[in-house]
Structure formats: C-alpha cells, structure tokens
Design a protein around this ligand. Structure first.
Ligand SMILES: Nc1ncnc2c1ncn2[C@@H]1O[C@H](COP(=O)(O)OP(=O)(O)O)[C@@H](O)[C@H]1O
Ligand SMILES: [Mg+2]
Length: 398
C-alpha cells in the first residue's frame, strides 16, 4: 500500500481478497426443469464453504459446472480467476473434485491405489504418495486391500487421491453423507488440516448440521435458487438488522431481497441475499466498549442495551461459560453488566445472553478471570446455523 498520502479508502468499505470461486448468474435446465436459477456467490481464499440444500436442490449440478463436467446454459463460474468454460484444463489442474457416491478400485492396496493415480496425474515424485498417506492417516494401512476398508477409510482414500496433484481448491460433493460419527469427525479434522495448509474447500451437504462446525461460510440452495450466502456470523447479523428494520416497518419482506440483487460485477462482492450488509467487520475490534470493571449495573436504563458502534442492538447471542467452582459466583459477577441481557445456570454452566459480537465474549472471559474465576470452557451458541436456515428457507423441495 502506498504511503505517499493518497486518498484513504472509503471508511465503510470492507476489503476482501479476490474470491477463489466466483459464481455469477448461473442457470441450468434439464428438459423443462429449471434446476439452477440465477445463482451467484463467492468463496474467498482459505474458506470452508458449506453448500447446503435438500436433495434435488441443484447442488450436484452446480458442482459439476465448477468441476468442468457440465457446461452451464447461462452464467459464469471462475475458479482462481479462470473461467471453467474457457480453460477447463487449467481449472482441472487447480481443483481436486470428489464426486458423491464415487467408487474405489477394490482389489488393490491403499498404496497401489494412490500410486496408480499419481501416475495417471503425472505427479512426478512418489514422495507425494507418502505425504498423502501421512496427511490422510492411512500410512499404517497402506498395504491393506481397499475392499476390506471401512467406508470412512475409503472416503479418506478418495480425499487422498484428489490431493495428489496438490490442488488449491477442493470441491467435495456430500463428503460426509453415510459416514458414522467417528468417520465424520475424522473427515472434519482432515478438512481443518487441509484448510491450515492453505486450501480453499467447497463442500455440499443435504444435512444442515453435518459439517457446519467447520464451515466458515455457507450458501443455502432451495429449488435451484440461492437463498443466502456468506460468512455465518455476517448472515446472522444481517438477519437481525433486517428483522429490526421490518419491526419498524421499513424493510422489504425477506424473500423480496432476491439473490439477483447481487452486485454482478463487484470484484469483492459481499455476502448477499438479504439486502444491504449490516455494518459488521473488523472495525468492531477497535477497543472494547467502556464500562468494564467491577460490572456495576450499566448506565443505560432497564432493558436498554448500551450502544455499540456499527452493531444492531438486536444482535443478541448466547454463550455457555464453564467455570471452576460455584457457577453462581460467575453469574453474580456478570449479571447486569454492560451488554449482558440475561444469565441462567443450566447443568453447571453459566448461559450468558449478550448483545454484541466475539469481542464481547472475550470481555466476559477477561472480566471473570480478572475477578479470580477460573474459566475452563466457552462455547458459543451452536444453533445459529439452524436459526438462519429456518428463517431463510421455506421448506420447498422439487
Ligand atoms: N442429467 C440429468 N438429467 C435430468 N435431470 C437431472 C439430471 N441431473 C440432475 N437432474 C435433476 O436436477 C435436479 C437437481 O439435481 P442435483 O443437482 O443432483 O441436486 P442435489 O445435488 O441438490 O440433490 C433434480 O431434480 C434432478 O432430478
Ligand atoms: Mg447431489
């Protein structure tokens, strides 16, 4: 960035890196059936994006376009800046695609399977196979015949296969369906590890909560239309803002804010589908709100939330805090504090309702620790995604 005194960027603009996956106005039909209708969204670098929707919503069709296996009837898809219909070969080099219900060759060993595909992909070094065996934790069973492996292991082997050419982007169609809980946890951990290695991951699921805890952002597809897309926290905040505006009678109904409202050519398109994004972003991290200390009842009147710049006063959330010793002591310290809306003790944990974002959680923990309370666990409300889903979808299936 230039230090020579150029005009500062507009304050309200949140800079985002160029998207790794860029989908614009994607439409497709099979016969008379509109399978995809004007689908637009972005996936930023390093994200784990969950593409969620019921069976028949159009997830696999979208993925087949992304994987260069199907030419869309309208719209564009770019992977890492390359258009899938203009240069499919380049796109294939940068993606690892795992189809749903893919079979594996059964009568060879794990190592032979990976060596076969390394040859097929012209991956030069067999060290790559070792690296993939280690990453997928299949090294111990490298001499096992594929046919004797569990479904979860086969799924890891499939993931291993698509990692051989070290793709930047992973596109996984229903990677966790039909897996038992342990295998699902193992896949989840592997996805997190791959993300830490710099991969961008796009995965689909017809089960809302299946892998939601690893997703950094989501898109919800319903009957070929994208109802909402973006980081989970941002979507939640925008829903809150929209709800507040509706309560005051000056917002369009939720479903009128069509995905088509997406700013088609904005390079750094924000999450969309619910009208204007709320003013949430890095600026919130600038300094804690005043009023922390011994947590006296805050200055605002009863029921009135303190003002947090850029945040809807309706952004109420809950966090479960586990402490050493008596939870009543923690509850006492937090009750009536700034931004705290309610306190409840459930099964030994303090459930704290608050207004704000993650900065507030950090403040709550800091306050407890400074007051001599040992904090041993902090768990944000888990059902945020379920709330969003119920709110933005209408339960339509084709
Ligand atoms: N090759 C095809 N020919 C005709 N219809 C298809 C074809 N592929 C998918 N469809 C239909 O398109 C719709 C979306 O399918 P799909 O993209 O597989 O959804 P999802 O992956 O979300 O379950 C379904 O109604 C499906 O029957
Ligand atoms: Mg599918």
């Amino acid at each position: 960035m230039s230090a020579s005194g150029g005009a500062p960027p507009p304050a309200a603009r949140i800079e985002r890196p160029a998207p790794t996956i860029r989908v614009r106005h994607l439409s497709h039909r099979f016969g008379a059936l509109d399978v995809l209708r004007d689908v637009s969204f972005d996936v930023g670098p390093g994200e784990i994006f969950g593409f969620i929707g019921p069976n028949g919503a159009g997830k696999t069709t979208t993925i087949r376009v992304m994987a260069t296996l199907l030419e869309p009837m309208a719209g564009r898809v770019e992977i890492d800046g390359v258009d899938v219909t203009i240069d499919p070969a380049a796109v294939r080099r940068s993606i690892g695609y795992m189809p749903d219900h893919a079979g594996v060759y059964d009568r060879i060993t794990v190592r032979e399977y990976l060596e076969f595909f390394a040859d097929a992909f012209r991956v030069p070094s067999l060290d790559v196979v070792d690296a993939v065996l280690e990453l997928t934790d299949l090294g111990k069973i490298q001499d096992r015949i594929v046919a004797t492996m569990s479904k979860g292991m086969k799924q890891r082997l499939q993931l291993g296969r698509i990692l051989l050419h070290d793709p930047k982007v992973l596109i996984l169609d229903e990677p966790a369906s039909d897996l038992d809980p342990r295998a699902r946890i193992e896949i989840r951990d592997l996805l997190l590890e791959l993300r830490s290695l710099g991969k961008t991951i796009f995965l689909s699921s017809h089960i809302l909560t299946e892998l939601s805890d690893v997703c950094t952002s989501i898109g919800i597809l319903e009957r070929g239309r994208l109802v909402v897309a973006g980081p989970i926290g941002e979507i939640a905040a925008r829903l809150e803002a929209l709800r507040a505006a509706q309560a005051h009678g000056h917002a369009p109904p939720r479903h009128a804010a069509a995905p088509g409202a997406h700013p088609a050519e904005a390079r750094h398109a924000p999450a969309h589908g619910l009208g204007e994004p709320a003013a949430v972003g890095p600026q919130q991290a600038e300094g804690p709100p005043p009023g922390y200390g011994p947590y006296p009842p805050h200055a605002a009147g009863p029921g009135q939330a303190p003002a947090y710049p850029g945040l809807s006063p309706l952004s109420r959330r809950k966090v479960k805090v586990r402490v050493l010793g008596d939870p009543e002591a923690a509850a006492y310290l937090l009750r009536g504090g700034p931004g705290i809306t309610d306190i409840e003790i459930v099964a030994g944990a303090v459930h704290v309702g608050y207004v704000g974002n993650d900065v507030k959680i950090a403040e709550i923990v800091q306050h407890l620790v400074r007051s001599g309370i040992g904090v041993i666990g902090v768990e944000p409300e888990r059902n945020e995604l379920e709330r969003i889903f119920l709110e933005v979808t209408q339960g339509e299936v084709q």
